[in-house]
Design a binder for this molecule. Structure first.
Ligand SMILES: NC(=O)c1ccc[n+]([C@@H]2O[C@H](COP(=O)([O-])OP(=O)(O)OC[C@H]3O[C@@H](n4cnc5c(N)ncnc54)[C@H](OP(=O)(O)O)[C@@H]3O)[C@@H](O)[C@H]2O)c1
Length: 399
């Protein structure tokens, strides 16, 4: 492979010392493994955005965009929208998955026959990562987790894995674009350990792959989201919603489809987004309380809140983190009271003033009120036509 990369004029990056320091012994090293020992499999496209890829067709699902993308984390919430938008423009999408064969099954329907290719891999096995990247010219990393498990720490998932993927992508030599999806608020000084590891992940990716594009989306809203769904489920069960610190923290939630559109827009540009960081927040800033009002309005329940001060919220969330590695069985996934999310809520998380945003990528984000939150109608007590909205109630009183 070394000879082959030299022949194609690319520098072979020796990643083994860096990897061994970052990952200890968990990642098995291998000298090759991309399957591109044959020159036939090495991309010859120059590193200048995707502008000069060969394209065919009118740009729809059955045309050829020239993009062959490996989307890590495609089995998650954002992943399905990214795969759908990539497939819609005629790209081939390689979907690495771990666990059950069922986890990528829904994605196969998003493209023509053979366009979406699920490939089993092990995120701790370098050889299998190389195999899923072998034929790609684009890598999108959506891997991330907002809680720790017994098997995977924040450091490993949000930082070490991202660094590992970037190093392997660089070594590959034919990866033109690397998109790293981080989180709005990611910073080395964040009160949340999760966001600190996200910031470390960004830094390592940009060091290993300086042409990478980093996107920092705010809280994602959409059919499978992990905020409004959880709130609505809680309300259905308990008829009230606990709001941390009275819901006074400001966030800038964003429609998941817009974030997927931003990923596609950055891939389609002339390379101007390479090496840059974008902060992706929705058009409106909400306090948690205002967002909860929107949820109550959609599920047509009378808003009832319980104010949970920060110390109480942390006290409720802490036992899981304390016992996580001390008991011999897995602990439940945190939902409303997630310690690192509560820590993140101690400060406002909105797009910073001088940041590059959706506008720089040519994407106009949708307002949340309306279609993006319509999925909440499934939580109405007696079906979609149950009840009236708050505004309808007030109008009724006026009459
Ligand atoms: N959701 C949000 O509100 C939000 C907000 C800002 C930023 N983000 C970021 O956006 C990205 C995508 O978010 P999402 O909501 O789509 O997340 P998600 O639904 O939790 O999906 C995460 C993906 O990462 C994979 N993953 C998690 N832990 C892994 C591990 N240890 N090894 C290998 N793969 C692993 C999951 O694979 P499995 O299916 O196999 O578990 C899944 O495909 C993440 O980086 C997240 O931090 C999300």
């Amino acid at each position: 492979m070394e000879a082959c990369l030299r022949r194609s004029g690319r520098r072979l990056l020796d990643v083994s010392p860096v990897l061994s320091s970052s990952f200890g012994s968990i990642y098995r090293s291998s000298s090759s493994g991309f399957g591109n020992d044959s020159p036939r499999n090495v991309s010859t496209v120059a590193v200048k955005g995707l502008g000069n890829l060969v394209r065919k067709g009118t740009g729809g699902r059955s045309s050829v965009s020239g993009i062959v993308a490996t989307v890590f984390g495609a089995t998650g919430f954002l992943g399905r929208y990214v795969v759908q938008q990539l497939a819609k423009m005629g790209s081939q999408v390689l979907v690495p998955f771990r666990g059950s064969e069922d986890s990528p099954r829904h994605l196969k329907l998003m493209g023509d026959l053979g366009q979406i290719v699920p490939m089993k891999y092990n995120p701790r096995d370098e050889k299998s990562i190389k195999a899923v990247m072998a034929k790609a010219n684009v890598v999108v990393n959506l891997i991330g987790r907002d809680y720790e498990t017994r098997n995977f720490s924040f450091e490993e998932v949000n930082h070490a894995m991202a660094e590992h993927l970037a190093l392997i992508a660089k070594e590959h030599g034919g990866i033109i674009r690397f998109i790293q999806v981080s989180c709005l608020g990611a910073s080395a000084s964040s009160p949340s350990r999760m966001l600190r590891t996200k910031a470390a992940g960004e830094e390592s990716v940009l060091q290993a792959f300086p042409e990478a594009t980093v996107l920092r989306p705010a809280t994602l809203i959409g059919t499978e989201d992990r905020i409004l769904n959880r709130w609505a489920q809680f309300v259905r069960k308990w008829t009230f919603l606990p709001l941390v610190a009275g819901g006074s923290t400001r966030i800038q939630p964003v429609y998941v489809v817009d974030v997927a559109a931003a990923i596609i827009a950055s891939l389609k540009d002339d390379g101007s987004s390479m090496g840059k960081i974008y902060e992706l927040g929705g058009p409106d800033i909400y306090t948690l309380h205002e967002l909860a009002e929107l949820m109550f309005d959609m599920v047509r329940e009378w808003p009832r809140y319980v104010n949970v001060p920060f110390p109480v919220a942390k006290a409720i969330a802490s036992p899981r983190e304390f016992f996580l590695n001390k008991v011999p069985f897995p602990l439940p996934t945190p939902t409303i009271f997630n310690l690192e999310e509560i820590n993140a809520l101690t400060v406002d998380t909105v797009v910073s003033e001088n940041a590059s945003t959706f506008r720089d990528l040519g994407v106009a984000p949708h307002k949340l009120k309306g279609y993006p939150v319509e999925f909440l109608t499934c939580y109405r007590k007696d079906g979609p036509s149950f009840g009236t909205t708050i505004s309808e109630k007030i109008t009724g009183l006026d009459i």
